[in-house]
Design a binder for this molecule. Sequence first.
Ligand code: NAD
Ligand code: UDP
Length: 323
Amino acid sequence: MKRARKRVLVTGGAGFLGSHLCERLLAEGEEVICLDNFFTGSRDNIRHLLPHPHFEVIRHDVTQPIQLEVDEIYNLACPASPVHYQHNPVQTVRTSVHGAINVLELAKRLGARIFQASTSEVYGDPAVHPQPESYRGNVNPIGVRACYDEGKRCAETLFFDYHRQDGVDIRVARIFNTYGPRMHPNDGRVVSNFIVQALQNEPITLYGDGRQTRSFCYVDDLIEGIILLMRAPGGVTGPVNIGNPSEFTIRELAEEVTRQTASRAGFVIRPLPQDDPMQRCPDISLARALLGWQPQVPLEAGLRRTIGYFAETLGLRMPEPAL
Ligand code: NAD
Ligand code: UDP
């Protein structure tokens, strides 16, 4: 029997990106099942959605097989910050690889379209800059980041093999650094670290000399991009880069956070983590051509909203920016 509204499974739905995705899908009238083991996600991220009549939460580990009846699947379950994914690297690989097999088996049985949250980390420490989807990457397969990078690369392999072998309708996005409200304040990622440090008037921790670059995408832009990819006409598989092509050094990010929070605590230099990529910037020509998508929120405005969120969550005063 055809359902009046689509029933959508979001794995990792209680995480940073997953909670925004659940919210957006519910706002569009879909029925949403959020599946999460709450490793890095939290009930707080989805508390406001719990009373919604079309929202359901299932505590489940994606490394275990899943039996549900759904029309579409978004697979986001995986810790995303280096601190969290290196905490138990074997479990990180298992989450990406066994998790992918379990959701793909479900998609195959149901004939459901399935989205994979892949990552710019598949490019490793890139020798090609900016990175187009055709670039095959420069990943250290035995390094401390490999559990995440290689796990995600293997998940992409599985998605494309299920597509070729079993005709599964796949959509793969390579997501670049994304930030915004509901980032975990202690997950060690650069935007949350810098904002929390500056709001508490502690020095900002610059790893290395801060000359490494990243390109930061505001969460609303990211969600728009992945929904457009999921809804693109049949035949589109990706991988498609979804990220903001405005590139900043980590020092520039620290300076902007300092300005907006009027922090006087300055910076401290800390060692650069092993295998930390020196540069990262998406080539989004494909997303522009295929989806008509490009980010709308500049870093300055996105940071302002994110600082407001952290100030409220931590019970701190929203600062007046320094001029
Ligand atoms: P997050 O850590 O906030 O969310 C991940 C969610 O997955 C959490 O709710 C966590 O509890 C859940 N999870 C982890 N392991 C699980 C398991 N075995 N079974 C069930 N649930 C599990 O991270 P995020 O930033 O929201 O990232 C979401 C997805 O997007 C991840 O797959 C990540 O790799 C990908 N991604 C994110 C970024 C980014 O900048 N945020 C960049 C590239 C890719
Ligand atoms: N970084 C930093 N200080 C911090 C946290 C991170 O200088 O307190 C740097 C980190 O070394 C990296 C960049 O910021 O070069 C982005 O780090 P993050 O962990 O957010 O994401 P990823 O390295 O996975 O892109």
